[in-house]
Ligand binder design. Structure first.
Ligand code: ATP
Ligand code: MG
Length: 430
């Protein structure tokens, strides 16, 4: 075989047969976010390395070992974004969007992390991120949950995903907790793995987040952060839960749920599935008021989440019925010199009259038989047929290709006007 250049490990092409599934999910995402009045923000894929170090923190998996970092030609250290929160907040601070204003934003696009590729874990993957600023909650915290809940329902995967929530309290509360946690782990040093021993010094809460099954016992015996929350933090958490209860959104409280980052406070949550092995976290987020100041802004409020699209699509794909849309509704067959010219013109006027119709014109000539084969392969519901006979009679033939979809099964001849009406009725805006 020829020596083809291959894609980078862990970075995938979305091939044309997969694209409709992506477009379907993206469309549903846009509609759901629109229904809550959220607006899109687009930021660069590359940012200064310093931004991620300062926001995500030096002692995290991402910054320690997962970033794609390189020197720009002028020597600046740049990084392909491993997540979107930092860039979104950077942009809002830079453009002064946060001055006493509330914002509800979303972004969508590829993220980059140098991890060991496996099912559901890639080096380029897509995230939907939602970030809100300037709202103290807990109503906005709950609104984010409602958005995701609605999204799962719309995508038909609600039954496959469950919600886990926790509260991390304030930084002061966490500091007190941290001490007792470190005290506890120090009396169980023999049960900690190498990663956890290191984290004991740097980020002990992350030990609770371990994926090592051998540490399950020691982790489940650890003191619970919930017992260290003050009155305000408790009230926030209760208020959050109240809204979920009122709206019938089921959840579990998972006391071991810590998002590894220091800037989180109060509400944290994850949506998890049992259907994707150890890549079971589909969506995760929480409140991160502290990050705004950490990046040089005036103290305010922030809460958001990020969702892994590949993991969501894996769940959607496993459904029996995925309502992906057709690429081609009608396929125009043209045989003969006059038919080719008339056909091209008719196709353009049909597109002007019925913009919703997906019409593919056969190009490159060939016999009727050959063109019909292509029409069938295109997945179109109808073949639109123009031979020189039709042209002489001023007619167009329309033939249904998928019998189950239409009552009439045979080919029908009609005028141009009738053909336009025929397609407008079927595909035009209702
Ligand atoms: P994990 O525990 O699976 O490594 P994480 O805590 O690193 O996830 P976040 O940084 O919270 O993940 O990112 C939010 C979501 O993005 C995850 O819940 C997941 O769905 C998705 N995600 C994260 N890393 C990857 C990856 N390498 N490949 C595919 N999806 C990913
Ligand atoms: Mg990770």
């Amino acid at each position: 075989m020829a020596n083809h250049i291959q894609a980078i490990r862990g970075m995938h092409d979305v091939l044309p047969d997969q694209a409709p599934l992506w477009q379907y999910a993206e469309q549903v995402i846009r509609e759901v976010l629109g229904a809550y009045g959220y607006n899109e923000i687009r930021t660069p894929i590359v940012e200064k390395t310093e931004l991620f170090k300062r926001s995500i923190g030096e002692v995290t998996d991402i910054v320690e070992k997962e970033m794609y970092t390189f020197d720009d030609r002028n020597g600046d250290s740049l990084t392909l974004r491993p997540e979107g929160t930092a860039g979104c907040l950077r942009a809002c601070l830079e453009h002064g969007l946060l001055a006493n204003q509330a914002h509800r934003l979303w972004y969508y696009g590829p993220m980059y992390r140098h991890e060991r590729p496996q099912k559901g874990r890639y080096r380029q993957f897509y995230q939907l991120g939602v970030e809100t600023y300037g709202m103290a909650g807990p109503d906005i915290d709950a609104e984010l949950i409602l958005i995701m809940h609605r999204l799962w329902q719309r995508l038909g995967i609600r039954e496959k995903i469950r919600l886990e929530i926790n509260s991390l309290g304030t930084i002061a509360e966490r500091t007190a907790y941290r001490e007792s946690l470190v005290g506890y782990f120090k009396t169980h040093l023999d049960q900690l793995d190498a990663d956890s021993l290191r984290r004991l010094e740097t980020n002990p809460l992350r030990i609770l987040d371990t994926k090592n099954p051998a540490m399950k016992a020691v982790v489940s015996g650890a003191p619970a952060l919930m017992d260290y929350l003050g009155e305000a933090s408790r009230a926030h958490f209760d208020g959050f839960r109240q809204i979920l209860d009122d709206l019938g959104v089921a959840y579990e409280i998972n006391m071991r749920l810590v998002r590894g980052l220091d800037y989180y406070c109060n509400t944290v949550f994850e949506w998890v599935t049992d259907e994707l092995g150890s890549q079971g976290t589909v969506c995760a987020g929480g409140r991160y008021d502290g990050l705004i100041e950490q990046l040089g802004g005036k103290a305010s409020h922030a809460v958001g989440f990020a969702m892994g699209i590949e993991r969501v699509l894996a769940l959607v794909e496993s459904l029996a019925d995925v309502p992906v849309s057709r690429t081609v509704d009608a396929y125009l067959i043209r045989v003969g010199e006059r038919a080719e010219r008339v056909g091209m013109r008719f196709a353009e006027s049909l597109r002007s009259e019925v913009p919703e119709l997906k019409l593919q014109v056969h190009c490159g000539g060939g016999s009727f038989k050959n063109q019909f084969k292509k029409a069938d392969k295109s997945g179109a519901e109808f073949a639109v047929i123009l031979g020189d006979d039709e042209v002489s009679r001023g007619e167009i033939a329309v033939k249904p290709l998928r019998l189950e979809n239409v009552a009439e099964t045979s080919q029908a001849s009609m005028s141009e006007r009738q053909a336009v009406d025929f397609f407008r009725q079927r595909y035009g805006k209702k």
